[in-house]
Design a protein around this ligand. Structure first.
Ligand code: FRU
Length: 463
């Protein structure tokens, strides 16, 4: 019997972002489309608002914006996943929904650092009830040159076979991604490392939650490395999410890539996962929080949420993210529709559930702030034309996030009670932020642009 955590106060509960009914969540898992529904699962500890033995929580939606909670899909505790069903992915085969996930097992129940990890399969006909496969674990152990870290399988189908990327750490203490292949999802052959960190300090000691896919003819690997040290403007978060863009060499099966780049520059973004929608869009969810950061909602019996789903697209060699167009279905009414603004404009956000679209088309200064009734700036985003930088400041952190840009075309902002997501220049630079403040909020814009325009909608409930 699961003893569910109870939400005791809804002051920070979100209106349209996926959250668990109560308890703790982290990574999005198993993002897929099956029998007319988008499915999203997540790392879930139902019994309290802190991380614990991982289950897979589950929600589904027909339109990516209205979500229905479903029963827990995976419980830990079998021989192969004694201490947790860790992250993984989902694919559809022969009209059934398959989950591939990591079994987490402790050698000594009193020592969380001494573990082994393996890969497992569960299957469902109705997309609600899942049965673990009798052949589990389907990959019992990592290659011999690996450390214990061997997790987060992301499966795809390519050229007539199943391929999976798995997050890893090698025995030298370098993060890397491994590949395996299979024709039946049960018997897997090791292909080799797809990519490996150059050094632990610059690229991480473990690479978690890899996701490899094609977009506009490019191969893209997204993963979440741990242990990267800050470098000038880069890597100012506790942990980062990185993308590598290039080509997988068909002979060596290794990824040749150009640059190691951050996907989201905000404080609260980790372990994202993408899927290919039936209409060909590549859509991604991230965990909108960060390991080891403060989560004041824990006092209320819950913790963690997913980002708003984002569509991925390439602009040159930059991977951009924009909120999925289905957001239009959440718009209740226009709060602001101003085409000819100058200098400054401020408006209140009655339900703290707002979509803001600012058009600037300028190389002059721009600033957008979310403030409260005491003029406290919760999140402030500023374009400094002299420094040619976009600077994000947050109320509870002294280290601004800074990204080089030369002009501001547009800013798209999603506010949802305890979260702010910012998408600049059609999603070329993004920031995901959690904010905790019970006072009322305002959105304040100022700019030296000759003219700018703002549209803002009040958004309804999606969860
Ligand atoms: C990433 C991660 C994964 C792991 C899961 C455990 O945030 O550490 O590597 O599978 O969380 O909950």
């Amino acid at each position: 019997m699961t003893n569910y955590s109870v939400v005791t106060n809804d002051r920070y509960r979100l209106n349209y972002h996926v959250m668990a009914p109560s308890g703790w969540i982290n990574d999005p898992n198993g993002f897929s489309f099956f029998k007319g529904y988008y499915h999203i699962f997540y790392q879930y500890h139902p019994e309290s608002a802190v991380w614990g033995p991982m289950h897979w929580g589950h929600a589904r939606s027909k339109d990516l914006v209205h979500w229905e909670n479903l029963p827990i899909a995976l419980f830990p505790g079998d021989e192969e996943d004694q201490d947790g069903c860790f992250s993984g992915s989902a694919i559809v085969k022969d009209d059934r929904l398959y989950l591939m996930y990591t079994g987490h097992n402790l050698h000594d129940k009193n020592n969380p650092d001494d573990y082994w990890q393996n890969q497992n399969i569960a299957v469902s006909d109705d997309g609600i009830h899942f049965t673990k496969c009798q052949d589990n674990p389907v990959i019992a152990e990592p290659p011999t040159d690996n450390a214990a870290d061997f997790r987060d399988p992301k499966v795809r189908f390519e050229n007539g076979k199943w391929l999976v990327v798995i997050g890893s750490k090698d025995q030298q203490g370098l993060g890397r991604v491994l590949q395996y292949q299979s024709t039946d999802l049960k018997n897997w052959t090791y292909v080799g490392p797809l990519a490996t960190a150059e050094s632990a300090d610059t690229q991480g000691f473990v690479w978690e939650c890899p996701d490899l896919f094609k977009l506009a003819g490019q191969d893209i690997l997204i993963m979440s490395p741990q242990g990267i040290k800050p470098q000038e403007l880069k890597y100012r978060n506790l942990f980062q999410t990185i993308y590598l863009l290039g080509t997988v060499d068909s002979a060596t099966q290794q990824l040749n890539y150009h640059e190691f780049r951050e996907l989201d520059h905000g404080h609260d973004f980790y372990a994202p996962q993408s899927m290919l929608a039936p209409d060909g869009r590549r859509i991604l969810f991230g965990w909108m929080d960060m390991w080891e950061s403060d989560m004041p909602e824990q006092a209320d019996g819950w913790a963690g949420a997913l980002t708003f789903p984002r569509e991925l697209h390439l602009n040159g060699d930059k991977l951009c993210m924009t909120p999925v167009q289905e957001i239009a279905q959440l718009r209740e009414h226009l709060l602001v529709d101003e085409a000819d603004l100058q200098a400054k404009y401020c408006f209140a956000t009655p339900t703290k559930s707002v979509e803001y679209l600012g058009e600037f088309d300028t190389t002059a200064a721009v600033e957008v702030k979310v403030t409260d009734t005491d003029d406290q700036v919760l999140v402030g985003l500023r374009f400094d034309p002299e420094k040619q930088k976009l600077i994000l400041e947050k109320y509870n952190d002294d280290l601004p996030r800074e990204v080089a840009v030369t002009k501001i075309d547009d800013i798209h902002l999603l506010l949802d009670k305890s979260s702010v997501e910012l998408f600049v220049n059609n999603g070329e630079v993004c920031f995901s932020e959690r904010i905790y403040d019970e006072k009322d909020f305002y959105i304040e814009t100022s700019s030296d642009a000759e003219r700018f325009s703002i549209k803002a909608y009040q958004l309804g409930k999606g969860v």
